[in-house]
Design a protein around this ligand. Structure first.
Ligand code: BEZ
Ligand code: FE
Length: 300
């Protein structure tokens, strides 16, 4: 007697399930229990995806070609895998899982590929822009713990793009600009000059850019300025501030980094408005932003 199509279907399902079980079981004797959990769960999810979308062999071959291209374009200066993780929302999901909201602590967001170790130190009130171009912006605030105690000496790293949308690491001449570190004073206060952030596109001349174009997604990031704050006994905070009123907020952020609490007013100051520290910036307009940083305890 010939198999009915229902019998064929059951047999097919059994073959597919059997393969999942075999691959999962192949990790049974992994010594590290966490590695075992990760590999077995990854297997289940990957196979579920293939089975759900009935992935064709041609599609899988294209996917491998895509991942190969991501690897080929990656070097010491360009990390296309991080970019891929960012546009897939995987970076932000990992941040969400690892940085649970804690009381009034400042929320974390995506790190991005443009942080550089050993950025120069600036004194409080110093200028992090260097020779990066843009509208000057005065940023100030406090660093406290969640009980409101000041965190004197907190180390604050800041980095940002210039008005043309470039970070210094993208300049051809290797100069350092638009980044620095500074330390909060004895009362946990900090202040510095930077640039009013402007929206910019993530690097879209590689495979990730092609993927965004093929799916009609924008490469634009909402205008922002990066912070990383470290202090003894407190959870390291990696975050940004975003510019309230930036039209890109409506259109969305290509790496899903925006959180409502991180959208700040950058208040425009017409030419001639006295600066907070008496700095002479000629006949230029400038802006100012207040941002208080609240650090969660290291262990909650
Ligand atoms: C950034 O903000 O610098 C960034 C973050 C994720 C991907 C690309 C750029
Ligand atoms: Fe950025």
């Amino acid at each position: 007697m010939q198999n009915t199509s229902a019998e064929n279907r059951d047999e097919q399902t059994a073959i597919e399930r059997q393969l999942v079980d075999s691959v999962v079981a192949s990790y049974d004797s992994t010594a590290d229990p966490r590695l075992k959990e990760l590999m077995q769960s990854l297997t289940r999810h990957l196979h579920a995806f293939i089975r759900e979308v009935r992935l064709s062999e041609e599609e899988w071959s294209k996917a491998i070609g895509f991942l190969t291209a991501v690897g080929h374009i990656t070097d010491e200066r360009r990390q296309e895998f991080i970019l891929l993780s960012d546009v897939l929302g995987v970076s932000m999901q990992t941040i969400a899982v690892n940085n649970p909201a804690y009381k009034n602590a400042t929320e974390a967001t995506v790190f991005g590929p443009f942080f550089v170790e050993d950025a120069p130190e600036v004194a409080l009130g110093g200028d992090i822009a260097g020779n990066a171009t843009g509208q000057p912006c005065w940023i100030e605030g406090t660093v406290t713990d969640t009980a409101g105690n000041p965190v004197p000496g907190a180390r604050i790293e800041v980095w940002q793009n210039d008005e043309d949308g470039f970070y210094d690491v993208q300049y051809p001449d290797g100069r350092v600009a638009g980044r620095a570190h500074l330390y909060a004073d004895a009362h946990g206060r900090y202040r510095f000059w930077g640039l009013t952030p402007v929206p910019y596109p993530i690097q879209s001349d590689g495979p990730v850019g092609k993927m965004l174009a093929a799916t009609n997604r924008s490469p634009m990031r909402v205008a922002h300025l990066h912070f990383m704050v470290t202090a003894e006994g407190l959870r390291t905070l990696v975050t940004h501030i975003f510019v309230a009123g930036d039209p890109q907020l409506e259109r969305g952020d290509s790496v899903f980094g925006v959180k409502e609490s991180l959208i700040k007013q950058f208040v425009a100051q017409p030419p001639g408005t006295p600066t907070p520290d008496g700095r002479d910036i000629g006949d230029r307009s400038w802006s100012r932003c207040d941002f208080d940083l609240v650090l969660a305890p290291e262990r909650i």
